[in-house]
Design a protein around this ligand. Sequence first.
Ligand code: AMP
Length: 420
Amino acid sequence: MRSDTTFDQMELSDEMLAALANAGYESPTPVQAGLIPRALEGVDVMGQARTGTGKTAAFAIPILEGLRDGKIRGPQALVLVPTRELAVQVRDEFVKLADGQRARSVALYGGKPIRQQIEKLRGGVEVAIGTPGRVLDLMSRGALLLNDVDIIVLDEADRMLDIGFRPDIEKILRRAPTDRQTLLLSATIPPPVERLARRYMDAPEVLNFSPVEISGDTIDQYYFTVDGERKFDLLVALMSREQPKQAIIFCRTKRGVDKVHHRLARKLSEAECIHGDLAQNVRDRVMAAFRAGKVRYLVATDVVGRGIDVSGISHIINYDIPQFCDDYVHRVGRTGRMGSEGVAYTFVAPEEGNELTRIEIRINRLLERAEIDGFETVAKPTADASVLDEMGDGGDEAPPAKPPPFGRGGRGPRRYRRAL
Ligand code: AMP
């Protein structure tokens, strides 16, 4: 799983970048791309993410980056986890990412002599990872003090509540400094998890990284073959034909978002944009207006757009084809929520046939080609394209490695794309 943000863009320390390279983490997973920047800003985040998505590093990286120097004895970060195995696994991830830094981690869990854990705490640790029962036990013995804790993570919160850790978690949170930052990770967000977040977190930002099931029937998915310079006119024509209730228009870059928004706002009212370079209060204001249905067209980047969970979204427009297939899944999953109907249109430049094929393989479904009556999306076909068009049907030659440009009004080179 990858995203189009890089670790370099996250303003991480040289030590951290080296540790990431050492660990073989080349680019952030979507959970990391979404969570790390917000966590570094000190925001409370409730992230919906399953295990296997890189969620551990998503909170370990900002924790390690935020550690204070100096004579601090107690842990500066506390991670609560449901099981011993997870405590060990999370501790190991911290050790791996703390390579080259003075950041000592300890795993605190039952079934092991408590003495050793007390000794370790006595020697001083920066990060404590533990199951709620053992953490509380160590606190009541005076071995674990939370005075210096800046950040608490509730990892796999739904599982912790299922196991019955709620009273222990609440006791721990009540004894932690009130000005701490809290991150909550959970595969699902049932009402008990939400209640916990409401009581013990400070205006948590909700980010949804759960895998989206989009092979479902509620989202119709189409593509347009369109020349780059015709994309904007196509967008306007499509919006005027479709009259969406609410649409998100995804662009690949922040600059792209700004440009499309600027032009769109001159043609249509109720258009706004959102991306990572905008001030947080602007982003919050735009999101609130979108949620309230006051914004009809939202132009967005993947990083900001993929966490949006608003039920009124009827249309997803992939103005730029996503770079990674998972981004497609996340983008399109913004519509058709809770069984409501949605439609997604992907704009594909003639030379982007391969990208479209990769998406189709990923979602195990072919997108249907769309057209708008009387709207020319591509320039006249080249001589090459017409030759290939003639070869189009039947024939058993091996398909070329690269798809030919799409011909005007003709069928897309599906045969070639599918064969890739
Ligand atoms: P987690 O969801 O935290 O259990 O992580 C799942 C696996 O992904 C672990 O084995 C991590 O070491 C690995 N992992 C985490 N982040 C990355 C990344 N950016 N690139 C490659 N592997 C990663």
